[in-house]
Design a protein around this ligand. Structure first.
Ligand code: ADP
Ligand code: MG
Length: 250
């Protein structure tokens, strides 16, 4: 495994460079020869059928999976060498009967104070500031298990944005979110990447959002089959072969 951090390369605008990446779990080769550049400020959508290796790829980037090949980060203009990565995992499940509210969830992640002591005034202010980034201040006292799919994604997004990352990685943020919520969430991601100047790498099965929101689409099925602009990938022979059709929602 080679992990590089450097200040430049790729015209100083490349945030993440992946070269000849392969991942083997047990005796199964899950990914091979994956190459990809994510430029700073770009939204890159990773698409592919179930079992294609999308989540495995994200975990390799996060350093949670062993791999061969190169994953290199750069953060132009920053002294800090290691990029901060914010991560929203795929479909975390919360029990509707669970008494944990949004404020408790933040307190668990951000404070050393035991949750049963309640939230300090300073921490509550901090949590509200975090929720403000996703226009979710009104969610602070809601039980996590009762949030809609879109609300839960906004809360998880707020958590992933503290501290502000250089790269935000989201694994299927649109699954479990209805059509209205999908538009709202994509608008929010678009706003966040522009406001905080960060790159977003997300997996999705919703191809209807690609044209409007993705700068680059990468189609993988164990390796990269097609990459480029949304239209190039949706029109590609590989896309038709994998999904048996033209663009739309899978
Ligand atoms: P996707 O996210 O594209 O649906 P995944 O990355 O979850 O695909 O999985 C890709 C392949 O890797 C699947 O065949 C899956 O069974 C396998 N896989 C993923 N994680 C593990 C693991 N921890 N152990 C064994 N096989 C795994
Ligand atoms: Mg997955």
């Amino acid at each position: 495994m080679k992990l590089f951090f450097h200040g430049g390369g790729c015209g100083d605008s490349c945030c993440l460079r992946v070269q000849d990446l392969s991942v083997t779990i047990g005796s199964e080769r899950i990914l091979h020869n994956v190459n990809m550049h994510v430029h700073c400020g770009e939204l890159v959508a990773l698409i592919g059928p179930n079992g294609a290796g999308k989540s495995t790829f994200l975990k390799a980037v996060l350093g949670q999976r062993d791999y061969d090949g190169v994953i290199a980060f750069s953060s132009p203009g920053q002294r800090e060498r290691r990029p901060r990565i914010g991560y929203v995992p795929q479909s975390p499940a919360f029990d509707p009967g669970d008494p944990v509210c949004v404020a408790d969830l933040f307190a668990c992640c951000m404070s050393k104070r035991p949750a049963f002591l309640g939230l300090s005034k300073a921490m509550r202010t901090k949590v509200l500031e975090c929720l403000e980034r996703v226009h979710g201040e009104d969610l602070i006292d809601k039980r996590v298990g009762t949030l809609s799919g879109g609300e839960l994604q906004r809360v998880l997004l707020a958590l992933a944005l503290e501290p502000l990352p250089n790269i935000l990685i989201l694994d299927e943020p649109l699954s479990g979110v209805d059509a209205e919520g999908t538009g709202a969430l994509m608008e929010m991601l678009d706003e966040i990447r522009k406001t905080y100047d960060l790159s977003i790498l997300m997996t999705t099965h919703d191809f209807s959002i690609l044209d409007k929101y993705a700068d680059q689409v990468v189609l993988i099925d164990r390796t990269v089959l097609s990459q480029g602009s949304p239209q190039d990938v949706l029109d590609s022979e590989a896309f038709r072969r994998v999904f048996h059709r033209g663009g739309g929602k899978s």
